[in-house]
Ligand binder design. Structure first.
Ligand code: NAP
Length: 458
């Protein structure tokens, strides 16, 4: 896969970049090693000052950055701007809170371990490699980089090959804000060269956000080197609507979650599981809302759905629809590619989706919804869990017993009640089953790449 910006709204090659040579990668690793020693010796206050300066830069440059995101991967410009501003918020959150999140934790009763004092402390691991996807080119990286740098680690970024300009922006961002040279660097390399970097003795750990096959492959390499790996992988989140729910609100939210980021979000709800008593009401409103979305030029402020990020991504989406329809699914709206240039795809709703269809098991990475009818809450939970994924989930009910039942039964890293799944710096984020290992964000995220050191004093 070439390292290149290709505008998905037009199919035009904007700019291609030469991958780094082995020597260049090696020089960047050497710089990272020096930076790791420097950064480890700095205090939280110093790093927080640099992080706040980086957040200021992100805010000041938000308009150009948002435009770059839209040109590289096609998200509507208003959503691109929101992504950039969310990054600044997360950077400030970690600047303000890293010290308390990583404070030493004394043992209340050191006598129990025959010590005069005992405590745990969090220390940086060193160089962490981040392998990142294109769907949120800024946010995915910042939600790793802000906590990692605040903990005193150094970051190396291997970004997706179709967002090199975003990767190069991030390459200089932290140094421009004052961080020591080499604290955060981009490696413009293809996926085939990631293994060598993970195996390099200077690299302590790796985090990958992306597809399940990529995660499995990186985790296997990290495992063979006995290096820590955090994996944030795909999802096919359920969205359960029960009779006590506010059905119009559920339907509006269903449209928003399924189509945000042109339908290319890991925590988008992808399977809509609706109780038969409110099924017709929900589906009519959901289909009407989906049909009403404005598809078009993502640089236009009014656009709600832009193109799919890659030609192959659009082809895979069309194949999922064709397979489902051939096996008896009912197409309620959309279903086809649109436009003469670029990789646009109509927002699509399918009913009567069954276990024989690929769509039942695979992640649909685009504006494609599968709707299921169920007779009761047990059936809803069983269907929701009948997937290899377990990222997040959304449940719609006003009955406290139903709420408790679903919160405890759903096999997912998160449950959102009467709302759509969203990530916040204040809350941990991550999945179970094939959706990943480990957590990002909040206290759990910043601690993932720390050595939890136990100290015992006689
Ligand atoms: P992808 O194809 O897996 O790529 C992700 C990153 O991994 C890219 O930088 C890619 O590089 C690299 N890569 C791919 N195969 C690799 C391998 N065998 N070894 C090392 N690196 C490899 O995924 P994507 O298409 O960019 O992103 C979409 C997927 O990400 C979806 O499944 C989505 O659900 C998931 N996702 C998950 C989360 C989460 O937090 N759980 C968040 C966002 C997205 P190249 O670009 O050079 O191939």
């Amino acid at each position: 896969m070439p390292i290149a910006t290709v505008n998905p709204a037009t199919g035009e090659l904007v700019e291609e970049f030469a991958p780094l040579t082995k020597d260049q990668v090696n020089r960047r690793l050497a710089r990272a090693e020096l930076a790791a020693a420097t950064l480890r010796a700095t205090g939280f206050d110093t790093r927080a000052g640099w992080m706040r300066a980086a957040a200021d830069l992100v805010e000041t440059e938000a308009a150009q950055t948002a435009r770059r995101l839209t040109i590289e991967m096609g998200k509507p410009i208003a959503q691109a701007r929101a992504e950039v501003l969310k990054c600044a918020h997360a950077m400030r959150f970690y600047a303000d809170n890293a010290e308390s999140l990583l404070a030493d934790q004394p043992l209340a009763d050191p006598g129990a371990v025959r010590a005069s004092a005992a405590y745990t402390s969090y220390e940086p691991l060193g160089i962490v490699l981040a392998v990142m996807p294109w769907n949120y080119p800024m946010w995915q990286v910042i939600r790793f980089a802000a906590p990692a740098l605040m903990a005193g680690n150094v970051g190396l970024l291997k970004h997706a090959s179709n967002v090199p300009q975003s990767a190069l922006y991030l390459d200089t961002l932290f140094e421009r804000a004052g961080f020591p040279e080499g604290s955060f660097q981009t490696l413009l390399i293809g996926a085939a060269h990631v293994e060598d970097v993970v195996r390099d003795r200077r690299v302590a750990a790796v985090t990958l956000t992306g597809s399940e096959p990529a995660g499995r492959s990186i985790a296997a390499v990290a495992g063979s080197e006995v290096k820590k790996a955090v994996l944030e992988l795909g999802g096919s989140d359920p969205f359960i609507v029960l009779p006590s729910a506010d059905v119009p609100a559920a339907a509006r939210t269903a449209v928003a979650t399924r189509t945000m980021n042109n339908g290319q979000s890991c925590i988008a709800a992808k399977r809509f599981i609706v109780h038969t008593e409110v099924y017709e009401e929900f589906v009519e409103a959901f289909v009407a809302g989906t049909k009403a979305l404005r598809v078009g030029d993502p640089l236009d402020e009014e656009t709600e759905i832009g193109p799919i990020a890659t030609e192959s991504g659009r082809r895979e989406l069309a194949e999922l629809v064709d397979d489902a329809v051939a096996k008896g699914a009912v197409l309620r709206c959309g279903g086809s590619a649109v436009g003469t240039e670029g990789w646009f795809f109509e927002p699509t709703v399918l009913e009567e989706v069954t276990a024989e269809m690929r769509l039942y098991r695979e992640e649909a990475f685009g504006p494609l919804a599968a709707v299921h009818r169920v007779d009761g809450i047990e059936q809803a939970a069983a269907l929701a869990n009948d997937t290899s994924f377990g990222l997040s989930s959304s449940v719609w009910t006003t009955d406290p017993d139903e709420e408790r039942y679903l919160i405890s039964r759903l096999e997912a890293g998160a449950v959102f009640v009467n709302g759509m799944s969203v990530s916040f710096p204040e809350l941990p984020f991550g999945g179970v089953k094939d959706s990943g290992i480990g957590r990002e964000l909040a206290a759990e995220g910043i601690r993932e790449f720390c050595n939890l050191k136990t100290v015992w004093k006689g």
